[in-house]
Design a binder for this molecule. Structure first.
Ligand SMILES: *Cc1c(COP(=O)(O)O)cnc(C)c1O
Length: 372
């Protein structure tokens, strides 16, 4: 037998989450964000579940290439636009829409030779202070873009810094509306959190919502609300097995640094999963984990290829040999019990986004269509 670790991508969960997004966004079209190789899930693996999206948002031209090769003919938006003038040729060839967030990108576009004018998403920096033009410049930049023969249509976009907090979009939203009010073009403002915390708000959803994390089943505002509260289904399940056990007596310690000490006799399981697989090393003793669908906790430090679980809350495992028991690091157990990736991320002082994106290439994947 090979090493028992595996990640699963659930097509049915993707479809359910996409339909949940559609219910919240009413009239707007959905750009499914598949940057970072679909948040670590693999664009090829999520495509079946997301192919009914109105469009896709990507970071890199190679991701757009994959989508076109899979047969997707609809809109694909480069969310940060091109990183150099050569990529404009890819945009022309693959019919990509692209963000325009700085004057250099406009200069490149003005020198670009194309027989087909481009659709661009002009980005306003409404307060995030990452990418985009200042609100006061927005109108003049729009006019400059609009005068270029290389530009067919301009859409207007901005991105929120605090969309996961109550009222977190108001200031940026009003700035955007004020400085874009006379400009023609479709609007795109909301990410997952902005959409879920302000559902059916037409001023916010507008023409295009750009959703990522919700499609993959992460909560948009954990720990205030969980993915179940939002009726989102986990798409990625990360599982392995117990490969050995140890019986500890009081005073015995576990793992590097001996950070956990047994206070009484106990049985522990050694799991084939470590930080080199993408399980966070920062998840210390007490991180929730499922063994055969039962909730227990990790003990001691995560090492490169292994981690340790407490088998003492699982007396039923005493009857059988725990070696070979299924371990769910996050997502769904084979028997359906759930451990939210947000919970694990929270224990590791990070976000579901980072855990999803961080699965190592050595972890094999399987696409499944879960039972209802
Ligand atoms: C990643 C990204 C999104 C999606 O964000 P989620 O929080 O995952 O919904 C939306 N817009 C832009 C510009 C992004 O870079």
């Amino acid at each position: 037998m090979t090493r028992p670790i595996k990640a699963f991508v659930d097509t049915k969960a993707l479809k359910a989450n996409l339909s949940c997004v559609r219910h919240k966004s009413a009239q707007s079209q959905v750009l499914s964000v598949v940057k970072a190789n679909a948040y670590g899930h693999g664009i090829e693996r999520v495509f079946e579940g997301l192919k009914s999206s109105d469009g896709f948002g990507v970071l890199e031209v190679c991701e757009a290439h994959v989508l076109r090769d899979l047969g997707f003919r609809g809109p694909i938006v480069l969310l940060e636009g091109v990183f150099g003038p050569r990529e404009l040729e890819d945009c022309s060839r693959l019919q990509l829409w692209h963000a325009v967030h700085c004057s250099e990108q406009i200069d490149w576009l003005s020198r670009h030779k194309t027989h087909k004018a481009h659709r661009v998403f002009l980005k306003m920096n409404s307060g995030m202070n990452r990418l985009g033009f200042k609100p006061a410049q927005f109108k003049s930049v729009w006019s400059r873009l609009n005068a270029l023969p290389q530009v067919e249509e301009i859409s207007l976009m901005t991105h929120f810094s605090d969309a996961d907090l109550p009222g977190g979009v108001q200031l940026q939203q009003s700035l955007f509306e004020h400085h874009a009010q006379d400009l023609i073009g479709e609007r795109s403002l909301a990410n997952s959190a902005a959409l879920f915390l302000n559902p059916l708000d037409n001023a916010l959803s507008q023409d295009w919502v750009r959703v990522g994390i919700a499609l993959y089943g992460g909560s948009v505002n954990y720990p205030s609300q969980t993915s179940s509260d939002w009726d989102l289904k986990p798409v990625m399940s990360f599982r392995s097995k117990v490969i050995a056990t140890q019986d500890l007596k009081a005073g015995d310690t576990v793992g590097y640094g001996s950070t956990f000490t047994a206070t009484q006799p106990m049985k522990i399981g050694i799991v084939a999963c470590g930080y080199a697989d993408g399980y966070p090393r920062s998840a210390s003793t007490g991180t929730p984990i499922l063994v055969n669908g039962h909730l227990t906790q990790t003990l001691g430090r995560v090492s490169m290829d292994m981690l340790t679980v407490d088998l003492s809350p699982l007396p039923q495992l005493g009857q059988i040999d725990p070696v070979g028991a299924e371990v769910t690091l996050w997502g769904a157990a084979q028997t359906g019990e759930r451990l939210d990736i947000d919970v694990v991320a929270h224990h590791a002082k990070t976000l579901a986004y980072e855990l999803m994106c961080g699965l190592a290439t050595r972890v094999p994947f399987e696409v499944i269509d879960s039972p209802d």
